[in-house]
Design a protein around this ligand. Structure first.
Ligand SMILES: Nc1ncnc2c1ncn2[C@@H]1O[C@H](COP(=O)(O)OP(=O)(O)OP(=O)(O)O)[C@@H](O)[C@H]1O
Length: 413
């Protein structure tokens, strides 16, 4: 992977957390996020004396209190992360932005936001079209298409397929097939693509798609997204090269992903259908983590297969529909941005720690990718062992059916 940025964002207390008198256990200072260890947590039970855990990311966004002078607004998140995505698209690179975190931690708020407080997706789209307008004035021409799909229980639904857009054929069920094109890689057969010419067009697609998403009320969130949603913007720009007046065309693809919550069954009080959903959600999130971690082992990111040691690294893209469809923007020259959304409350300590560890793994990938361009470095065997331990802990913390003894907001409420 050529470039990965990892950010973490903490939201305000929700009503449930306030009602139960939750304590604030997250602190941020610059790029650093500190998680205070909670009494009765595994670390304390095992006799560890650690009072906190520190993590450093590209950005640590403090959105706990809107009156605080350090409050990170939607605008700030966009200017740090969204503008990068637009630059990449105009340079012809693919990009992928995804929000990861437990249910109710603020993923949808960060990615989509509300009509008064728009998130990254609408802001990126708006900015894209203002750059297009400027480019048109200097003679370039553009073609922008969007598609919007949802992955629910490993099945794909076209969120824009219902009301007859161009090429619409998906209908409203989760029945689309994922196939592989010999040159262009994985794609969804019969997914509708919609030509958009301005921000209003794209907004209409977003709104229509959002209404089709599968949500449910869980103990952690009244309107919980139970699926992964991928909003894809395909962007082609055509212009004439200045020095020889030859026509040139660049194509890029931006995937904007709102992941389903990384919840565990014990934390959300899930049974029946919710439990099945949870198992699928967890499997694909674990696979996403494994893909990112496997990419980290590759010494040559441009082919994504040859590690430093010379032995082939298997990247398990195919293990979930999510990673399979994001393949073209999780490796190669693409730009990937991960936003880890966390709760500020002590009752969510376990989930928050697991989210921060997950984000930390992606960050290691990022650091390695940069090292690869510079002088060769040998990984210290102890560091490699520690990485494997963290990866194991990470996988364990995402098992859906654990009989967790940890206190959760739900259990305590
Ligand atoms: N940074 C923030 N500032 C203010 N409110 C926020 C923030 N982040 C989240 N919230 C609020 O918290 C609630 C839950 O957020 P959201 O729906 O984005 O969670 P989610 O992680 O997408 O959950 P799920 O995975 O269940 O869909 C919402 O009411 C949202 O408005």
């Amino acid at each position: 992977m050529a470039s990965v940025k990892v950010a973490v964002r903490v939201r305000p207390f929700n009503q449930r957390e306030k009602d139960m008198g939750a304590k604030l256990i997250v602190q941020m200072d610059g790029k650093k996020t500190r998680l205070l260890t909670v009494k009765n947590s595994k670390e304390q039970n095992e006799g560890g004396r650690e009072k906190y855990k520190d993590f450093t990311f590209d950005h640590s966004y403090w959105s706990y209190d809107s009156d605080d002078k350090h409050y990170a607004s939607q605008e700030q998140v966009f200017s740090d992360l969204g503008l990068d995505v637009i630059d990449s698209a105009f340079e012809g690179y693919n990009a992928c932005v995804f929000a990861y975190g437990q249910t109710g931690s603020g993923k949808t708020f960060t990615m989509m936001g509300s009509s008064e407080n728009q998130g990254l997706i609408p802001r990126i789209c708006r900015q894209l079209f203002s750059r297009v307008a400027a480019g048109k004035e200097s003679g370039a021409s553009y073609r922008t298409e969007v598609s919007y799909l949802e992955i629910y229980n490993e099945r794909v639904k076209d969120l824009l397929g219902g009301s007859g857009g161009a090429g619409s054929g998906g209908g409203s069920s989760h029945s689309l097939r994922v196939r592989e094109h010999p040159q262009h890689g994985p794609y969804v057969q019969d997914l509708s693509k919609h030509l958009v010419s301005d921000y209003d067009d794209i907004q209409e697609c977003m709104q229509r798609g959002n209404q089709q998403r599968t949500t449910a009320s869980t103990a952690m969130n009244d309107v919980s997204s139970r699926s992964h949603a991928i909003f894809t913007v395909r962007f082609v720009q055509a212009s004439y090269l200045r020095h020889n007046n030859m026509p040139s065309e660049t194509a890029s693809k931006v995937h904007l992903v709102d992941l389903a919550g990384s919840e565990r069954a014990d934390a959300t009080g899930a049974t029946g259908q919710r439990l099945v959903e949870g198992a699928h959600i967890n499997k694909s999130l674990v696979t996403l983590g494994s893909v990112i971690s496997a990419l980290a082992e590759c010494a040559l990111p441009h082919d994504g297969r040859t590690p430093k040691s010379g032995k082939k690294v298997f990247i398990p893209y195919r293990d979930s529909v999510l990673t399979w469809l994001l393949k073209d923007s999780l490796g190669g020259n693409s730009k990937t941005i991960m936003i880890a959304a966390i709760s500020p409350a002590d009752c969510n300590y376990g989930e928050t720690l697991s989210t921060l560890r997950y984000a930390n793994r992606a960050k290691k990938h990022h650091q390695q990718a940069h090292h690869q361009r510079g002088p060769q470095r040998q990984a210290h065997p102890r560091a490699a062992r520690r990485d494997r331990q963290v990866a194991r802990a990470d996988r364990a913390s995402h098992r859906p059916y654990r009989d967790g003894a940890r206190r959760s907001c739900h259990a305590a409420a």
